[in-house]
Write a protein that binds this ligand. Structure first.
Ligand SMILES: Cc1cc2nc3c(=O)[nH]c(=O)nc-3n(C[C@H](O)[C@H](O)[C@H](O)COP(=O)(O)OP(=O)(O)OC[C@H]3O[C@@H](n4cnc5c(N)ncnc54)[C@H](O)[C@@H]3O)c2cc1C
Length: 394
């Protein structure tokens, strides 16, 4: 990964002198944040607020200041140019908020991004991971029932006994693990008093995502695998993107040329593109009738930036707004990553991975501990497993 930083430094040589040195200094701090918290706080089940505070007190106190500043403020301390600050802090958008309202503790992500593991290209595309899981589960004789939506439950007052699907079928078990959004499930199915609609709307949710998948009947050799397209109003845009529909006039977006290094993701001579654009969730933009107009404007902007009009080359186009994401995955108000990572929604203050009422009901995924995004959801499965194991040992 160090090689990539040298490459980045080359691009930044006129904009941010000594970029490489500054980046190493920044990553040293991000690495320390990662190493000092990941096992202790992130990969650890916390049983109560007292346990949480006691755990935090064991973290090296040199890190205390990152709890009180934003991701961007922290990055500003290491880099002088706006360009470097923006590039390094962009990753906060992948946590579903902006660099200006994400806590500096999450600069540990820069370490994972640039140094620790970096990004992997999954040969054949991301879905190969699912296929791999399915193969492993088949070896253990795990049976998967698809297209089952849970809408209710039965309990004996002390323990949950079964969940009920949309067709009225009961699914009984001695323990139940829920992968639906942990806050949404408590609201819609469990109807817990701390999860009324009013209370749900008052929580801090991540932004929505407008995504679209474009098939082209030509290749785009001039475009990289990963590409960010930003405007010149980063701070203003970030301030507005969670709530203001006007950001849609000139959106920032990311493009992945999926078929660049995975040739079987598109027919020969064709290209498969995936666009992601951070947008307000459905609390702030309910109406998506303008989806086609927004997508057209992004395609036009992209064409201008790469010097080729791709509109006549398009052979397939699929658009998902926060409406589709919300409906398909039961996400509250179409919020892409579930609950955000504000100070009061992390650690012991995030919805727990064990139910408050039934001790044999467990939760896994983005809106329970430790947090949102695929790596965190994977850690969440380990934490949920440990909880269940402990439950059986009692
Ligand atoms: C557009 C977009 C881009 C993203 N990009 C990234 C990225 O680059 N990197 C990253 O790390 N993360 C990314 N994320 C976030 C990441 O996808 C999520 O944080 C992660 O998938 C959450 O995993 P999960 O297991 O909690 O939930 P999910 O993957 O949503 O799985 C929950 C499952 O439960 C099902 N379900 C819900 N309710 C019920 C019910 N009542 N009955 C039965 N089943 C139910 C849902 O249909 C779904 O299949 C992105 C998210 C979006 C929307």
């Amino acid at each position: 990964m160090y090689k990539d930083i040298a490459k980045l430094a080359e691009q930044f040589k006129d904009i941010e002198p000594d970029f490489e040195e500054k980046m190493h200094k920044y990553l040293k701090k991000s690495g320390a944040l990662f190493n000092d918290t990941v096992d202790l706080v992130v990969k650890n089940n916390l049983d109560s607020m007292v346990d949480y505070i006691a755990t935090l007190m064991r973290v090296n106190p040199v890190h205390v200041p990152v709890l009180f500043k934003s991701f961007y403020q922290h990055v500003e301390e290491y880099f002088d140019s706006k360009e470097a600050q923006q590039i390094v802090s962009l990753v906060a958008f992948f946590l579903g908020r902006t660099p200006f309202d994400t806590m500096a503790i999450y600069t540990l992500l820069s370490y994972t991004e640039f140094q620790h593991d970096g990004y992997f290209n999954v040969v054949g595309g991301m879905y190969k991971i699912i296929e791999g899981f399915l193969e492993e589960l088949a070896k253990e004789n795990v049976k998967i029932h698809y297209n089952i939506e849970i809408v209710d439950y039965i309990s004996n007052g002390k323990r949950i006994e079964s969940v009920i699907d949309k067709n009225g079928k009961q699914w009984s078990a001695n323990t139940i693990l829920i992968n639906a959004d942990a806050a949404v499930f408590r609201h819609t199915i469990m109807k817990h008093k701390n999860y009324t609609l009013e209370k749900m709307d008052k929580k801090s949710w991540t932004m929505g995502f407008l995504t679209f998948y474009i098939g082209l009947k030509c290749k785009l050799p001039q475009v990289n695998h990963h590409n960010y397209y930003l405007g010149s109003n980063f701070k203003e845009y970030a301030d507005k993107v969670l709530s203001d529909n006007n950001t849609m006039e000139k959106p920032y977006y990311y493009v992945n040329v999926v078929s660049k290094y995975n040739e079987d993701c598109a027919p020969k001579g064709c290209e498969s593109l995936f666009f992601v654009c951070p947008v307000p969730n459905l609390l702030n933009k309910k109406d998506w009738d303008d989806r086609d107009a927004i997508v057209d404007s992004i395609i036009e902007d992209f064409s201008n930036r790469i010097g080729k009009d791709i509109a006549p080359e398009i052979i397939s186009r699929t658009i998902h707004t926060p409406i589709e994401w919300g409906e398909q995955y039961n996400l509250h108000r179409g919020s892409g990553l579930g609950l955000s990572h504000t100070f009061t929604q992390i650690g012991a203050m995030r919805p727990a991975n064990v139910d408050e009422r039934f001790k044999n009901l467990f939760y896994v995924g983005a809106s329970t501990v430790p947090g949102a995004g695929l790596p965190m959801a994977m850690i969440s499965s380990k934490l949920a497993f440990e909880r269940i194991e402990k439950y059986f040992k009692k």
